[in-house]
Structures are given as structure tokens and as C-alpha cells.
Design a protein around this ligand. Structure first.
Ligand code: FES
Ligand code: FE2
Length: 385
């Protein structure tokens, strides 16, 4: 479908705005158009609290991670005072990026262009040959600091100084997930995937169970439907949607595979028999099950490119077990299989929606959150009526 000239006029989206069982899916240009993507960058990613990593990636003073997120090169670094801060990855001299993307360790941040150097708290420490420059004040030339926050071991950055604090964005989610002890979980494995699809396609997939019988028919479906006693959407009290699936055993294992004992703090609770899976808008996916948790971190790279990071979290005490690697391998197997299945499905959907002959579809009653998420996006990006 060719996007209209007045792309963000609400009249083009009236069919998506209807109740679920009367609604249509998003027009296909929402997944393919550069202009739509740029509007999402401006109105969603540059205003939201964005999930950018896990605290274990910056465990020691001097540990850093650098990345481009929604077009902004940034650095997350733990200072000598142990405080984690986020900075724009741009030199205050003539703008060079300072650190290459990835993780690393440093005691100061030195620009690779003319060797200006910065402390881990962003202070400008050295600027060679600048002593003759009139009125130049090193104290006014520190790195540009970005809003930063953490919850449950997750790192968040916000590019909008006017946005509400992270706690407001999270609402009641931390309390709901408190019994899983996320703060005491260790990032045991982190795996990165590059996907040839729009970020919404993968997020929609992650929040509907309708595809499980088809896409995962040979893997998780074999036991998921048989043992699942219930699956429902809970009322959100922040910028998220959340489902709870009631079932026996761990959601993170294939049937018959051995795993770790349940998380001790779940004993006697309803949560001990199921999985909470919130999607914190726009794209922090988390699943907390009876013995572990995992997350999906999505970095938008363009209308049809998204980086996906999968993080595997286990309670700290499990890491000390002599059989940790052996048991963890069962979880990694399950995640690797199902993520691959979901990426194939997502990339295939992207190819289809890019066709000029692809028309909007209709929703099943099994896809309420796809409809909710799509409408959340429209709330953010459309022009006022
Ligand atoms: S651009 Fe960084 S020192 Fe010149
Ligand atoms: Fe899936």
C-alpha cells in the first residue's frame, strides 16, 4: 500500500481504532515507510524510557557499553564512585564519537580524534592545545549527560527531559514482579540477533499466543497447550501490557528437560504456578517464570531492521551449583529454538507487508494485545484530530 501524503491524519487509521473484533490491522506502510519510522523515533523512542542493557554489563567501575539507540550514539558507564551514568557518545570538541559500539573497560574516555579526555563522570579532564582559546572553560565542556534509571537490574535511558520519571513509566509493574527477585538475578547469557523486520512485528508476535500452535508446533506447543490452565491479560497501571499464563513447570524448558528448583520467594504464591510476561512500552519484553526470567531488548535500526538482544536471568545462587552450565543449557536450547522460530515468522511477515498487494487484515479474539499495542503506537504518532 502506498502511504498517503497526509500520513499521520487520523482518518487513515479509523479501522484500527475500532474495538478488537471489528478492527483492521495497521496499514502496511506502518511497517515499511521511512516517514512513519522517523515519526516513531521522534514521538516514541526519543520520549520513552528505553531499555538499553543489564546492570551486569557494567558491573565494575570503568565498565561501559556503547551503542546507537534510535539514531543516538550513547555511552553507559559505571564511575569510580560506582554510580552508573549515561552520556551522549559525542566529543564536546568537534563531535567525534568517543567509544566504539560494544562493551569494554576504561579509566578515562579519550577522544580518538584530538585526544580530549573525560572522566567517567563526564568531566573534561584534558584538552590539549586549548590554552590559547579565548574564554574556553573546561568545566563547561563535560560530556552531555542523558537521563538514566534502573529497575530490577535493567538499564533505561530517556532522551526527553520533560518525560515523567522512570517510576511513573513503570507504574505498578515493579510491585507485581517483586516476588521474582529480579535484583538478585544474574545475566547468565546474552545473545544478539539482527532481524529484517520492523520492531512492531516482533513485539506483536511476542504478545500473542495465537501463533504458538503453528510457528512453535514442533517445540513449545507440544506441551504448552496441554498444560496451560489459563492465559489472561491483566489491567496495567503504567506504560505496559501484561499477561499471566497459568501452567505447571517452567515456561523456559522443553518438556522432560531438567532444570533448577523454583524461585524460593514464590513459595505459596499464585505466581508459583505460571508466568508473568509484561511488555513495557515501547519494546522491553520480559518473562518471569517459576525458576528464571528472560528479556528481549529491541533496538530500532530502521523501518525494516531491528536488533534483538535476548538476556537469560537466573537467581544468583544457581550460578554456584556445579551443574549450572549443564542445566542452563536446557534453557538456552529452548530459547534458541523458539527465538529462531519467531524471527523466521517475523521476517516472513515483513516480506509480505512490503508487497504493494498486501492489504490490512482482521484480528482474532486471540490477538487483543496486538490491537492494544498498535493503538498505543497510533496514540503517540498521529496528528491531533
Ligand atoms: S573531536 Fe574529540 S578531540 Fe577533537
Ligand atoms: Fe513465538
Amino acid at each position: 500500500m502506498q502511504p498517503p501524503a497526509d500520513l499521520f491524519h487520523p482518518r487513515h487509521y479509523e479501522a484500527v481504532r475500532k474495538p478488537l473484533l471489528q478492527a483492521e490491522t495497521l496499514p502496511t506502510w506502518c511497517y515499511t515507510s521511512d516517514a512513519f519510522y522517523q515519526r516513531e523515533v521522534e514521538r516514541i523512542w526519543r520520549r520513552a524510557w528505553n531499555f538499553v542493557g543489564h546492570v551486569d554489563q557494567v558491573a565494575k567501575p570503568g565498565d561501559y557499553l556503547a551503542m546507537e539507540f534510535a539514531g543516538v550514539p550513547l555511552i553507559i558507564v559505571r564511575g569510580k564512585d560506582s554510580v552508573i551514568r549515561a552520556f551522549a557518545n559525542a566529543c564536546r570538541h568537534r563531535g567525534s564519537t568517543l567509544l566504539d559500539d560494544g562493551t569494554g573497560h576504561c579509566s578515562t574516555i579519550v577522544c580518538p580524534y584530538h585526544s580530549w579526555s573525560y572522566g567517567l563522570d563526564g568531566t573534561l579532564l584534558g584538552a590539549p592545545e586549548m590554552h590559547k582559546t579565548e574564554g574556553f572553560k573546561p568545566a563547561e565542556n563535560g560530556l552531555v549527560e542523558l537521563r538514566f534509571g534502573t529497575w530490577g537490574g535493567f538499564l533505561f535511558v530517556c532522551f526527553d527531559n520533560a518525560a515523567p520519571p522512570l517510576a511513573t513509566w513503570l507504574g505498578g509493574l515493579p510491585e507485581k514482579l517483586e516476588c521474582y527477585g529480579l535484583d538478585d538475578m544474574v545475566l547468565a547469557r546474552r545473545k544478539v540477533f539482527d532481524m529484517a523486520c520492523n520492531w512492531k512485528i516482533f513485539v506483536e508476535n511476542a504478545k500473542e499466543s495465537y501463533h504458538i500452535g503453528t510457528v512453535h508446533k514442533a517445540t513449545i506447543n507440544k506441551y504448552a497447550s496441554a498444560r496451560s490452565a489459563g492465559y489472561w491479560v491483566e489491567e496495567p497501571t503504567g506504560e505496559y501490557v501484561v499477561t499471566f499464563a497459568q501452567h505447571e513447570n517452567s515456561m523456559a524448558l522443553l518438556q522432560g528437560d531438567a532444570g533448577f528448583p523454583p524461585i524460593e520467594t514464590l513459595a505459596g504464591r499464585r505466581e508459583a504456578g505460571g508466568t508473568y510476561a509484561p511488555l513495557l512500552y515501547p519494546s522491553t519484553y520480559l518473562a518471569c517464570t517459576i525458576d528464571c526470567a528472560w528479556y528481549l531488548e529491541l533496538h530500532p535500526l530502521g523501518p525494516n531492521r531491528t536488533r534483538l538482544v535476548h538476556g537469560a536471568l537466573f537467581p544468583r545462587s544457581r550460578m554456584q551449583r556445579p551443574d549450572f552450565e549443564q542445566l542452563a543449557a536446557n534453557y538456552y536450547k529452548r530459547w534458541d529454538i523458539t527465538i529462531e522460530e519467531d524471527i523466521i515468522a517475523s521476517d516472513r511477515q515483513q516480506q509480505g507487508v512490503a508487497s504493494p498487494y498486501c492489504l490490512p487484515g482482521r484480528f482474532s479474539h486471540r490477538e487483543p494485545l496486538v490491537h492494544t499495542i498498535d493503538n498505543w503506537v497510533l496514540d503517540k504518532v498521529l496528528d491531533a484530530p
